[in-house]
Design a protein around this ligand. Structure first.
Ligand SMILES: [Zn+2]
Ligand SMILES: [Zn+2]
Ligand SMILES: [Zn+2]
Length: 487
């Protein structure tokens, strides 16, 4: 069989950005490795602030939507009681989080700002302010800023619920999935601290050397049954150290939590820590988003679906329906559709226990450029799987089609047709250059995964949809023209 033509997306023509996740998945780290590092230190005489640019070009839609999140955060400790204010400003709108840092207490702090990629916006500006009443020495580690780009969060709609729930601060800043340690102006080398690996995101993140029960990036393993006797959870092999052993041993004798032991090669922790960082635990263990890493086929499908959702929203000038709906009506979109369909599956009529168990179907298929909107159908898991990406006319008997037209407001002639979204197709034709040069060159589409470039398969899938239109045209040819492949 002839190989499908590759459209050469290997060469990004526009943006450059960090790789999508910033962190590997499934590497060698088991969660039982440690690095002994130096914190960074700031000598502050009075109030002090520093600003950081978060370039718009790094913004990427998360949760299979057009929502991007700018964030800033890190782990801080001070020798005096101080306050730290983290803020982010986009288009003149500022949001902030304020933290009281009690002396001698290591704290994880962070702040984030959601922005819709379909709105015009400027670069984000992040700011950290230290408010003090007397001079203080502040130490910090893993301080970072940026747009969140964790691959699984990019692909998963479900993750939004887990990301935005009210307890999110218990996971700041590790759920930003940054892995940098940027300098706040004027800082220098500080005290020893240690980090531990996360066996899922493969980052080294700090554990609190001064008090194990004030957890930083990892929760304790055994608390009521301490000491933790589970080796992997409580004994960490020291992979690297930034200073010599004498200083480290001295810290263990004089400064660090006496619940830690150090023998030159390993650190033993009294309470032990989880193998996954708090963010991985939250997203990929407790929230069971684990399937997202398992199959590359699944990931490819999810990417393509996401691209179609974004593309059709963009072309039609729509915003992400969840966001839009809440803004407009104050209601949750899921709940609205669930109630509208009488809390049961439209296809098989079986009751559905709650809105979370409902499967939202696009009604008219996404593969034909119909984005998710208020015309969605409430289905059970089984019926949604069966419906997949096919047209309603191929799935429901005629009577049901009429009812569905009445409930959703989709005109009967459209709901009984097998034609793609003509409005979107007209816009697509008008904006071919944008699709080719801008939309399809997004870093997540031109990244090679398992030898495939998502942009290639997206392009071919769009052409398939166009072919079903009475006004079909050759997008692939347009593409070649724009790329100068043919004259
Ligand atoms: Zn992790
Ligand atoms: Zn344990
Ligand atoms: Zn059903």
């Amino acid at each position: 069989m002839a190989k499908e033509k590759s459209y050469g997306f290997k060469t990004p023509v526009r943006r450059t950005t960090k790789n999508i996740s910033g962190n590997k998945v499934g590497g060698d780290l088991t969660g039982s490795e440690s690095e002994i590092i130096l914190a960074k230190r700031l000598h502050l005489e009075g109030n002090y602030s520093a600003e950081f640019l978060i370039p718009k070009s790094e913004a990427i839609g998360l949760f299979n939507s057009t929502i991007a999140i700018a964030a800033i955060g890190g782990y801080f400790i001070s020798n005096k009681n101080i306050e730290i204010v983290l803020s982010i400003t986009i288009n003149g709108i500022s949001t902030k989080s304020q933290y009281a840092l009690n002396k001698g207490h290591f704290e994880a702090i962070g702040h984030d700002f959601e922005v819709d990629l379909l709105t015009e916006f400027e670069n984000a500006n992040a700011k950290i302010e230290f408010i003090l009443t007397e001079p203080a020495i502040v130490e910090y580690t893993h301080f970072s800023k940026g747009f969140i780009s964790k691959e699984e969060l990019v692909l998963s709609e479900d993750a939004y619920k887990h990301y935005s729930n009210s307890k999110k601060r218990i996971c700041f800043p590790e759920q930003f999935y940054f892995n940098e340690n940027i300098l706040i102006n004027g800082s220098n080398k500080g005290s020893l601290i240690f980090t531990k690996s996360c066996n899922r995101c493969q980052r080294y993140l700090p554990i609190n050397p001064y008090n194990q029960r004030q957890q930083l990036a990892f929760s304790n393993h055994c608390t009521t049954k301490a000491p933790c006797t589970h080796n992997g959870f409580s004994i960490y092999e020291v992979i690297s150290k930034e200073v010599d052993d004498k200083i480290i041993l001295n810290s263990f004798t004089n400064e660090f939590d006496k619940g830690y032991l150090y023998n030159g090669n390993t650190i033993k922790s009294y309470f032990g820590h989880q193998l996954e960082c708090k963010a991985c635990k939250k997203f990929f263990v407790n929230a069971a988003l684990n399937h997202l890493r398992s199959s590359s086929q699944h990931r490819e499908d999810a990417l393509r679906r996401r691209a179609f959702e974004l593309l059709s929203c963009n072309l039609l000038g729509l915003k992400w329906v969840y966001h839009e709906f809440r803004e407009k009506t104050g209601l949750e979109f899921d709940k609205f559709i669930y109630d509208k369909f009488g809390k049961k599956c439209f296809k098989c009529d079986n009751p559905i226990a709650n809105a979370n168990e409902m499967h939202l179907d696009h009604t008219m298929p996404l593969s034909h450029l119909y984005p998710l909107d208020e015309t969605a159908t409430c289905l059970c898991a089984g019926c949604n799987l069966a419906k997949s990406d096919i047209f309603p006319v191929d799935f429901y008997p005629e009577e049901k089609l009429k009812t569905l037209s009445a409930i959703t407001g989709i005109p009967i002639e459209i709901i009984s047709s097998r034609t793609p979204n003509e409005k979107a197709l007209i816009k697509l034709k008008e904006n071919v250059k944008w699709v080719v040069e801008d939309f399809l060159t997004h870093p997540e589409y031109i990244k090679e995964r398992d030898g495939k470039i998502a942009a290639d398969s997206i392009l071919h899938s769009i052409q398939k949809a166009i072919n079903n239109s009475p006004n079909s045209y050759n997008l692939l040819e347009e593409y070649d023209k724009i790329k100068g492949l043919i004259s």
